[in-house]
Design a binder for this molecule. Structure first.
Ligand code: HEM
Length: 421
């Protein structure tokens, strides 16, 4: 388990083991907000690794929870049986507001749309991006207050990932925090205070504002020669140039959320994990060449997207259960990453663990995260720049976690940087 008092951990464990098995619903966002989902997953892996859960949320209903590493791999790599259409989150799409996006499509459409945008996160472009990200990371860190508490999430994690995303889109620089806003709006729970009481209606208004903004950029770029930014790639790409407004919005949300929340929460997670494991922090300072390994370990430990959903297209036997055609299936990466049968000492944060890249956080198969190298690059750079500047970053209070069982992350993390090097 990651943090919280011994009493909270003990109570969570007792509750998880006292509950009748058939009542366990690991998709309850409250378990994630309080970081108390771990014993539920531990129990499911041991007693019912392919588990039928029933959510009280009507748009979720019944679904299979797959919690062991190898079972998750079996589902994720079998896209013919386990379809990503119509969505990769547990709640069903609202009938009057569907957002097509290629993460929630099957071949052949998925493949051609993915291919359209993938050059932006391929090796040659990452080499171009590296010095830009490094310069920005340095600037952000140089403006962090010294000896004074501040919120690491807002000041560093959001700022760096938003800047990178704005660069990928070639988005108007002064407006870049709109990207953060739309990302938050797209993923927030319906009753989130973000919507100021306006709920789903307000979310839609905001997202329509997002597509209107991006439509202006599309209209400018479609009349210019193709350029290596995401909007130009989409408006000139053979597989994407005829998208309607909702499909454009869907793919924008995919790229904004994909590129923003996940990496942001890993940057925050790295500071938290190193503080909770001071021996590992010391090891990192003594051996900075361990940064890439620490980055992979943090991505496993954090698991920024807790699950992906699939829909069975035919009956399929898994772990002694028969998943029926049409059933929903959640692949709990967060649980597979703690599977003691595959990962040695899975609950330990161990920055130089053997086979450190063996984790499920980026998924597997045809939807495996297209931005994984960019995510790792940002993490590597920020830590190289941190170690040059600060002897330590101290976490000064408990993190505030996101109320979601999908985006596993942080709203705030209070820190102090006592001094510069
Ligand atoms: C897909 C995780 C960073 C863009 C995915 C999937 C996961 C994931 C779990 C789905 C895999 C599957 O279904 O098998 C992460 C994590 C990240 C990260 C943990 C950071 C630590 C990024 C970044 C970008 C990005 C930086 C964009 C620039 C995408 C896209 C897809 C995707 C476009 C859809 C791929 C497809 O359907 O073919 N990511 N991601 N991600 N990710 Fe990431």
């Amino acid at each position: 388990m990651d943090d919280g008092s011994i009493d909270v951990k003990r109570a969570a464990r007792e509750a998880a083991y006292a509950m009748p098995l058939d009542q366990i619903d690991p998709g309850d966002p409250e378990l994630f907000r309080t970081d108390t989902m771990w014993p539920y997953f531990e129990r499911l892996r041991a007693e019912d690794p392919v588990h039928w859960a029933v959510s009280p949320e009507p748009d979720v209903g019944g679904y299979w929870s797959v919690t062991k590493y190898n079972d998750i791999m079996a589902v994720d790599t079998n896209h013919e049986v386990f379809s990503s259409d119509p969505t990769i989150v547990l709640p069903d799409p609202k009938e009057d507001f569907t957002l097509p996006m290629f993460i929630a499509m099957d071949p052949p459409k998925h493949d051609v749309q993915r291919k359209t945008v993938s050059p932006i996160v391929a090796g040659p472009n990452l080499a171009k991006l590296e010095p830009i990200i490094r310069e920005r990371a340095g600037e952000i860190l140089d403006t962090c207050p010294i000896g004074e508490e501040f919120d690491w999430v807002d000041k560093v994690s959001i700022e760096l990932t938003t800047m990178t995303l704005a660069t990928l889109f070639d988005f108007p620089w002064e407006d870049r925090r709109l990207l953060t806003r739309w990302s938050d709006m797209a993923t927030a729970a319906e009753d989130s205070p973000l919507f100021e009481g306006g709920g789903e209606e307000r979310r839609r208004q905001e997202l329509f504002g997002c597509v209107d903004y991006f439509m202006r950029l599309w209209n400018e770029r479609v009349n210019e020669p193709p350029k290596p930014d995401l909007i130009s790639m989409l408006c000139h790409g053979e597989a994407t140039r005829d998208m309607d407004r909702m499909e454009y919005l869907g793919n924008l949300i995919l790229l904004i959320v994909g590129g923003n929340d996940t990496t942001r929460n890993t940057i925050t997670g790295s500071v938290l994990a190193l503080n909770q494991n001071p021996d590992q922090y010391q090891k990192l300072k003594d051996f900075p060449e361990l940064i890439p390994s620490m980055v992979s370990e943090t991505i496993r430990w954090q698991t920024p997207l807790a699950y992906m959903r699939r829909r069975a297209t035919q009956d399929f036997d898994l772990g002694g259960k028969t998943i029926r055609a049409g059933d929903k299936v959640a692949m709990w990466y967060v649980s597979g990453n703690r599977d003691e049968e595959v990962i040695e000492r899975p609950n330990d944060y161990w920055i130089d663990r053997p086979r450190v890249r063996q984790h499920l956080s980026f998924g597997f198969g045809i939807h495996r995260c297209v931005g994984n190298r960019l995510a790792e690059l940002q993490l590597k750079i920020i830590w190289e720049e941190i170690l040059k500047r600060f002897p330590t970053i101290e976490v000064t209070g408990q993190p505030k976690r996101v109320f979601s069982s999908f985006v596993k992350g942080y709203e705030h993390l209070p820190v102090v940087i006592p001094t510069r090097i």
